[in-house]
Design a protein around this ligand. Structure first.
Ligand code: PMV
Length: 364
């Protein structure tokens, strides 16, 4: 069962002579049931389920220094990979400005944020999920220590998930390890649109240690951002059907994870990947993020599965890079196949091997 017991809890901010500091590491995640389309301020059009990754993480340190003029505007210096990054700085600044009522310390302290990823940009791993989750955990740790607030792990993570969501919807799920649900589902009590929860389902051992090998087919900048993809769902002709389908797929995946039904899991995960890209193609105007090598790799996977009966499936994020999912027990066979037959479709034969992870933790 995915739960919060694996996530170490401490607000973990320390007092310094002029303020506070903290650092967290948070993983990215890959959606199995996709969030695509939103309402208002980061409310998902439909609930989603993801698997948290293990080694694809963001490490973020936040230093808060008492301002000369307390009560003034949010002040921020954002360093990414050792350098100032104006794009990330602008995005984080907008988030912080929207949070200064919820996080009172932002009015009195200037922030310096230092962040880096263990995975390269545009590798098909959602860096906004890991970075916004790590940032939310840092901010909330400082808020708790600065405001002398007491909170238990559940309320701390619930609020961190809410803050992460405001930065990037999928980041709300990275606050937890294992399989995670975000969005109100009528069949899952305690689910909600404002925060994610660990998927409240006992997970069958076949999914323990599940692998995710990412085929990096293209590292180029996406021609259409996720933000504009979400917006196109507002007027999408298949919007109603998609909401219904996502609800059904959510129940099917939750059931498959519980009973160990790999075939059902695989069928639904692939249906979600193809639906996501089908929705992109059928938007107005339509757009394509998959590439010829994405399709070639998918065909190879289907043939390999038919011939060998190996448990192997795939999913896609909003981009051309393919996430190949398989159980731990089939690792050596599948990795042999990946390097023998699929790596040739990747940019410089680039494949990143990751697996299901236990969620974020504080770092020193
Ligand atoms: O969190 P955002 O706004 O970058 O959107 C993520 C959308 C998908 O990655 C395509 C699907 C998902 O649920 O993560």
């Amino acid at each position: 069962m995915s739960n919060t017991k694996n996530v170490m809890f401490k607000p973990h901010a320390v007092q310094t002579p002029d303020g506070f500091e903290t650092a967290w590491q948070s993983p990215s995640n890959i959606a199995l049931v996709k969030y695509w389309g939103k309402i208002g301020n980061q409310i998902p059009m439909n609930p989603s389920i993801s698997m948290t990754l293990d080694t694809s993480v963001t490490r973020t340190a936040v230093r808060a220094r008492k301002k000369d003029k307390p009560g003034s505007n949010v002040q921020l210096r954002y360093i990414f990979d050792g350098k100032e990054n104006p794009d990330f700085q602008a995005r984080v600044l907008a988030l912080l400005r929207s949070l200064d009522d919820e996080l009172a310390f932002l009015k009195d302290y200037a922030l310096e944020i230092d962040s880096s990823n263990t995975f390269p940009h545009s590798a098909g791993i959602a860096s906004s999920a890991s970075s916004m989750s790590a940032l939310a955990l840092c901010l909330l740790s400082i808020e708790n220590v600065a405001g002398k607030k007491k909170s238990n792990i559940h309320s701390f993570l619930k609020k961190a998930s809410h803050i992460a969501r405001l930065g990037s919807g999928s980041a709300s799920r990275s606050v937890y390890g294992g399989f995670v649900l975000w969005g109100k589902s009528s069949v899952i009590p305690k689910s909600g649109d404002h925060f994610a929860i660990p998927l409240p389902v006992k997970i069958h051992p076949v999914f323990d240690g599940m692998r995710d090998s990412i085929l990096v087919i293209d590292q180029g900048e996406k021609p259409v951002s996720s933000r504009s993809g979400h917006e196109k769902m507002d007027q999408h002709p298949f919007k109603k059907g998609r909401i219904m389908q996502a609800g059904q797929n959510l129940q099917l995946i939750a059931g498959a994870l519980n009973t160990g039904n790999w075939e059902m899991f695989s069928r639904v995960v692939e249906n979600e990947a193809l639906t996501l890209h089908g929705l992109m193609m059928s938007s107005h105007p339509g757009f394509l993020l998959i590439q010829p090598n994405t399709l070639k790799a998918i065909e190879k996977i289907s043939t390999f599965r038919n011939q060998t009966k190996t448990k192997i499936t795939y999913t896609l994020d909003a981009g051309p890079n393919l996430h190949v999912l398989y159980p731990q027990e089939d690792s050596s066979l599948v990795q042999q196949f990946i390097h023998g037959e699929l790596a040739a479709y990747c940019h410089n034969n680039y494949v990143i091997h990751d697996q299901i992870g236990r969620g974020p933790h504080p770092i020193s």
